[in-house]
Ligand binder design. Structure first.
Ligand SMILES: N[C@@H](CCC(=O)N[C@@H](CS)C(=O)NCC(=O)O)C(=O)O
Length: 101
């Protein structure tokens, strides 16, 4: 999958939707998204209500946050999301000085 910074000219990169609650591990993913400086849209979910709604359970059957949707890809689990984002946006990740080259 091409990263955001590698997208060919004229190619509209897939939007990232970030599902979170401010009092959750979503803070880890929030940090990663800000470090990478990639555009994203935040959807705030409440414990016990919107986090367990049919719409959200269809996206994440665990009914937990954080989760992201990037185009057709849904990723859950904070560590897995950070790993996914590092792979999806290699140029941005490299700028952070965490990869050679
Ligand atoms: N292992 C998951 C844990 C996800 C998790 O337990 N999230 C909590 C917030 S920190 C949650 O959504 N709880 C809602 C619930 O259990 O109903 C991760 O690291 O992302």
């Amino acid at each position: 999958m091409a990263g955001y910074a590698e997208a060919p000219r004229g190619f509209e990169p897939a939007e990232i939707t970030f599902y979170t609650n401010p009092f959750s591990r979503g803070g880890i993913v929030h940090w990663m998204l800000e470090e990478l400086s990639v555009p994203y849209r935040t959807v705030l979910l409440e414990y016990g209500t919107t986090m367990k709604s049919p719409d959200y359970l269809a996206l994440n059957p665990m009914g937990k946050v954080p989760a992201i949707r990037h185009g057709k890809v849904v990723v859950t689990e904070a560590a897995a999301i950070c790993s996914y984002l590092a792979d999806a946006f290699p140029e941005a990740y490299r700028i952070l000085g965490r990869l050679d080259g």
